[in-house]
Ligand binder design. Structure first.
Ligand code: PXP
Length: 249
């Protein structure tokens, strides 16, 4: 497989959301993950939430057995999730904040105020060989804290940038863009690997993909929605094309 300078991680959570709406076996997130792999995804992302509203424990077992690309396992910083991650030892673990009542992961993780706890939390994951990524806002305080606790990767939350674009709040969109740009460069200067994601679409991906410091984008909801119209593989191929175009000029 081609080694891309900007990796695309396809998040398959919402294939499971549709499956769970009827409680049966289809559509199967593993089948979607294998199709995404064939379409050029560099990795698969899945978030096992505390309430198991989309991905299930069995989905994670099956993904770990069958994928040939790396699994990025998203999870909250809880003992239960840590035990699951240590059992599977996925390539990457992305620590995200989680609130039961939220519809999606609304903000970045508060690392600065929980530095001690998080440093202890991620240590065994790193010892087990997982690449630990921390999902945070484009905020210098959080980046510094993520660096101090020993994370190798940060993922910058692009939700506010995407929401402002969707609502036509152009000044705010521009402001969010500038923060993402500055903070990607700042995190990179500390030696952190920089990823980004949340809410990205064909309309919002290019400016972020053009940041030279960003190594990986994780994209889910839009791609799964778009696959209703285009099919999953063409939907992913179009995202890949836009990313490559933005990156290579
Ligand atoms: N990155 C992280 C850390 C996330 O939590 C999510 C959503 O689960 C995504 C990326 C993907 O966001 P979206 O589904 O909006 O593309």
């Amino acid at each position: 497989m081609t080694e891309h300078s900007l990796r695309l991680g396809v998040n398959i959570d919402h294939v499971a959301t549709v499956r769970n709406a009827r409680g049966g076996a289809y559509p199967d997130p593993l089948r979607a993950a294998l199709a995404a792999q064939t379409a050029g995804a560099d990795g698969i992302t899945a978030h096992l939430r505390e309430d198991r509203r989309h991905i299930s424990d069995t989905d994670i077992d099956r993904l770990m057995e069958s994928l040939t690309v790396p699994l990025n396992f998203e999870m909250a910083a809880t003992d239960e999730m840590q035990a699951i991650a240590l059992r599977h030892k996925p390539h990457a673990v992305c620590i995200v904040p989680e609130k039961r009542e939220e519809r999606t992961t609304e903000g970045g993780l508060e690392v600065a105020r929980e530095e001690n706890r998080l440093a202890h939390f991620i240590a065994p994951l790193r010892e087990a060989g997982c690449r630990v990524s921390i999902f945070i806002a484009a905020d210098k305080r959080q980046i510094d804290a993520a660096h101090r606790i020993g994370a190798e990767v940060i993922e910058l939350h692009t939700g506010a940038y995407c929401d402002a674009f969707a609502d036509g709040r152009i000044e705010e969109h521009q402001k969010e863009f500038e923060s993402l740009r500055e903070m990607s460069a700042y995190a990179h200067s500390l030696g952190l690997e920089v990823h980004a994601g949340h809410g990205l679409t064909y309309d919002t991906v290019a400016p972020i993909a053009a940041f030279p410091e960003v190594k990986e984008l994780n994209i889910g909801h839009f791609l799964i929605g778009e696959s209703i119209f285009l099919g999953l593989q063409p939907a992913i191929a179009e995202m890949r094309r836009l990313m490559d175009q933005a990156r290579n000029g």
